[in-house]
Ligand binder design. Structure first.
Ligand SMILES: [Zn+2]
Length: 81
Protein backbone atom coordinates (compact mmCIF):
# COMPACT_ATOMS: atom_id res chain seq x y z
CA UNK A 1 0.00 0.00 0.00
CA UNK A 2 1.68 3.15 -1.16
CA UNK A 3 0.55 6.26 0.68
CA UNK A 4 -0.17 9.29 -1.47
CA UNK A 5 -0.81 7.30 -4.59
CA UNK A 6 -4.39 8.51 -4.90
CA UNK A 7 -4.76 11.88 -3.20
CA UNK A 8 -5.83 14.26 -5.96
CA UNK A 9 -7.01 16.95 -3.55
CA UNK A 10 -4.33 16.86 -0.85
CA UNK A 11 -2.62 20.14 -0.05
CA UNK A 12 0.81 18.58 -0.26
CA UNK A 13 0.25 17.46 -3.80
CA UNK A 14 -1.53 20.68 -4.73
CA UNK A 15 1.39 22.94 -3.95
CA UNK A 16 3.62 21.38 -6.55
CA UNK A 17 0.83 19.79 -8.52
CA UNK A 18 1.79 18.79 -11.99
CA UNK A 19 -1.55 19.94 -13.35
CA UNK A 20 -0.69 23.61 -12.94
CA UNK A 21 1.26 24.48 -16.05
CA UNK A 22 2.21 28.11 -15.50
CA UNK A 23 1.22 31.30 -13.77
CA UNK A 24 1.55 34.69 -15.40
CA UNK A 25 0.32 38.24 -14.77
CA UNK A 26 -1.87 39.78 -17.43
CA UNK A 27 -2.99 43.38 -17.56
CA UNK A 28 -6.34 44.53 -18.87
CA UNK A 29 -6.68 47.67 -20.97
CA UNK A 30 -8.41 49.34 -18.01
CA UNK A 31 -5.34 48.83 -15.81
CA UNK A 32 -6.56 45.89 -13.75
CA UNK A 33 -4.02 43.12 -13.27
CA UNK A 34 -4.88 39.47 -13.12
CA UNK A 35 -2.93 36.43 -12.13
CA UNK A 36 -3.48 33.93 -14.91
CA UNK A 37 -3.15 30.30 -13.94
CA UNK A 38 -3.34 27.66 -16.61
CA UNK A 39 -4.52 24.25 -15.56
CA UNK A 40 -4.81 21.00 -17.38
CA UNK A 41 -8.18 19.31 -17.32
CA UNK A 42 -9.06 15.81 -18.36
CA UNK A 43 -11.99 16.91 -20.48
CA UNK A 44 -12.03 19.79 -22.98
CA UNK A 45 -13.59 23.07 -21.85
CA UNK A 46 -15.05 25.99 -23.76
CA UNK A 47 -15.51 29.39 -22.22
CA UNK A 48 -14.14 32.85 -21.67
CA UNK A 49 -12.95 35.14 -18.90
CA UNK A 50 -13.93 38.78 -18.67
CA UNK A 51 -12.53 41.67 -16.66
CA UNK A 52 -14.39 42.23 -13.40
CA UNK A 53 -13.76 45.96 -13.65
CA UNK A 54 -14.58 46.92 -17.24
CA UNK A 55 -16.11 43.74 -18.63
CA UNK A 56 -13.65 43.33 -21.49
CA UNK A 57 -12.89 39.79 -22.57
CA UNK A 58 -9.51 38.76 -21.22
CA UNK A 59 -9.34 35.48 -23.06
CA UNK A 60 -11.61 32.95 -24.65
CA UNK A 61 -10.97 29.31 -25.33
CA UNK A 62 -12.69 26.49 -27.15
CA UNK A 63 -12.48 22.75 -26.63
CA UNK A 64 -9.16 22.87 -24.84
CA UNK A 65 -7.83 20.93 -21.88
CA UNK A 66 -5.54 23.84 -20.93
CA UNK A 67 -7.97 26.17 -19.21
CA UNK A 68 -6.87 29.50 -17.76
CA UNK A 69 -8.33 31.04 -14.63
CA UNK A 70 -7.95 34.71 -13.74
CA UNK A 71 -7.69 36.17 -10.25
CA UNK A 72 -7.82 39.93 -9.81
CA UNK A 73 -4.64 41.02 -8.03
CA UNK A 74 -4.63 44.78 -8.67
CA UNK A 75 -7.39 47.24 -9.37
CA UNK A 76 -6.81 50.10 -11.82
CA UNK A 77 -7.52 52.69 -9.11
CA UNK A 78 -5.01 51.12 -6.73
CA UNK A 79 -7.60 50.20 -4.12
CA UNK A 80 -7.32 46.82 -2.39
CA UNK A 81 -8.95 43.97 -4.27
ZN1 LIG B 1 -10.60 45.75 -17.55
Amino acid sequence: MSPGLWQPYSLENGRFGAHILRMTIVKCDCGAEYQRTEEKFLVPHTGYASCKICGATLESWSETTHVPTFDLVKRPDGKPV
